[in-house]
Design a protein around this ligand. Structure first.
Ligand SMILES: Cc1cc2nc3c(=O)[nH]c(=O)nc-3n(C[C@H](O)[C@H](O)[C@H](O)COP(=O)(O)OP(=O)(O)OC[C@H]3O[C@@H](n4cnc5c(N)ncnc54)[C@H](O)[C@@H]3O)c2cc1C
Length: 465
């Protein structure tokens, strides 16, 4: 199905749907909505619209569907695989102004939000309730973008990913129909699970106009530990043993020595440059944490731990969390003339030691001036940040080959080509290998919801269907 570019009449009609200050063809707005945080080439949309209501979204989609105009939803543009790049041009729907918290129902542990709410700001506003929304991708991501990418983060090992916190959605379908899916009960076995069909659908099946999110209680006590291990393999084994031990950590982040070096330089931590685990524990009492900390230390010592710093206070813990979240930025600052890719794979936890050792070994083979291995180790997730100068074609070829080897290894171990960043453009080429015949069923679902293919075209499917 071919899509159209906007003509003069389209611009005119769309301009009649929203006030003039919420629609733009200005070059700077088109540029801002042409690229995410990946190195995939920028493509400018033809118009950017900032809806305020579900009805406005519906009116825009109804028209776009009749005219076969591409529509791409836009949260904060923090994706890492080209997910929101409007590759076919057309309309970008930006949710920057649909960013209100509509209702906090703390008695039910739920919150109703518009899709453009930034999760960090939402958590800040929820603090007084003693509740929070745990998925934490680090970047200033919106709830709409997190739902569309099924984002997760450092705390996923204990609390799960975005899919575990989506309770109810208002979705506008490609033809403008508005549907409500899910309910407010803690559980339900009623009908097909349409709700979770939309989570992780990257804005290709419908546009999220409102979400009811599940919240969870903030634990009374927190502690962090930093464990320095002698080798990456030992760190990988320690991760597995921590998961098996039942101490249920809230975060287990693994950082290879080069990451520690960057963090030391940027934040003056003075940590030993060796494979390191940052482990966070949450619990109801200090005694609970002290017991868990002891088990954690024993596990790390069994793997030849060089240094174990337990019981860090809240300030120190906040500094470490901030440093871990800022790692991507620190790497970028360390190599200002480089472009980077973040290779993101995930494997079953029993195979994590093998995968992380493989990642480290393979990354060192690439002739890249910068290769950094780290990850949300507790849920079997590995990130490999590799960069080179934009015009260094030879190194980029080696990086692409490394990406393919990493994915092939993860799939061979029973894992996935993308642990949390989604498919976007970057992971399209692995979809057939990962999903086999079931990819055809995803295509059928896409066709059912969006027969004209207007929603975020050019993503997910190998033939750009
Ligand atoms: C430094 C850094 C660290 C990161 N760390 C993590 C991490 O730890 N874990 C992780 O999961 N991700 C991480 N990411 C990636 C990114 O932050 C997440 O994927 C995030 O969910 C994207 O949200 P966004 O609001 O920026 O969405 P965008 O990038 O704007 O869009 C993402 C997708 O959602 C669609 N979309 C947006 N809004 C809607 C809507 N209302 N309805 C339907 N579809 C919509 C878009 O079309 C697109 O396909 C990181 C990114 C950066 C830059």
């Amino acid at each position: 199905m071919s899509l159209n570019h906007l003509d003069e009449h389209d611009h005119h009609y769309l301009a009649s749907l929203v006030p003039p200050d919420r629609i733009s063809t200005g070059q700077s707005n088109l540029h801002t909505h042409s690229r995410d945080q990946s190195r995939h080439p920028a493509v400018r949309p033809e118009v950017v619209i900032w809806p305020h209501t579900t009805e406005e979204i519906a009116a825009i989609l109804r028209y776009a569907d009749q005219r076969h105009l591409p529509v791409t939803a836009w949260g904060a543009g923090s994706s890492l695989e080209g997910n929101p790049i409007p590759v076919a041009g057309g309309i970008v729907l930006s949710f920057a102004q649909m960013n209100r918290i509509l209702d906090i129902r703390d008695n039910d542990f739920q919150v109703d939000v518009q899709p453009g709410v930034i999760y960090k700001e939402m958590n800040h506003q929820l603090r007084h309730t003693g509740l929070f929304f745990p998925p934490d991708p680090g970047a200033a991501a919106t709830i709409g973008g997190m739902i569309a990418n099924n984002a997760s983060g450092t705390r996923t090992v204990r609390y799960g990913s975005t899919k575990d916190y989506v309770q109810q959605l208002t979705v506008v379908l490609a033809d403008g129909e508005i549907i409500e899916i899910g309910n407010r009960a803690a559980k339900s076995s009623s009908g097909f699970d349409l709700l979770h069909l939309f989570v992780g659908s990257e804005g290709m099946l419908g546009v999220v106009a409102q979400a009811t999110l599940r919240l969870t209680g903030i634990q009374e006590e927190f502690a962090w530990a930093v464990a320095t291990l002698p080798t990456i393999a030992a760190a990988g084994r320690a991760v597995f043993d921590i998961r098996r031990s039942g101490i249920d950590p809230a975060a287990i982040e693994l950082l290879a020595p080069e990451c520690i070096e960057v963090i030391n330089r940027a934040r003056q931590f003075g940590l030993t440059c060796s494979p390191t685990l940052f482990v966070e524990l949450h619990g109801p009492t200090r005694q609970h944490l002290a017991d868990a900390m002891q088990i954690l230390e024993e596990i790390c010592r069994n793997e030849g731990c060089l240094e174990f710093k337990p019981g860090l206070d809240r300030t120190e813990r906040d500094r470490l969390v901030e440093a871990r979240h800022a790692l991507g930025e620190m790497i970028a600052q360390a190599h200002p003339d480089h472009k980077r890719v973040v290779i993101d794979v995930a494997v079953p936890i029993s195979t994590y030691p093998e995968m992380i050792a493989y990642a480290r070994e393979e990354s060192l083979k690439v002739d890249a001036a910068s290769a950094y291995t780290f990850g949300h180790a507790g849920d079997g997730n590995i990130h490999l940040v590799v960069g080179a100068r934009p015009k260094d074609a030879q190194t980029w070829q080696a990086i692409d080959a490394l990406n393919s080897r990493m994915v092939a290894k993860a799939l061979a171990l029973g894992g996935t080509a993308t642990g949390e960043h989604g498919v976007g453009i970057g992971k399209i080429k692995f979809m057939t290998a990962e999903h086999g015949p079931s990819l055809a069923w995803m295509r059928k679902i896409k066709h059912l919801f969006d027969p004209n293919g207007i929603l975020n075209p050019g993503k997910m499917f190998p033939d750009n269907e």
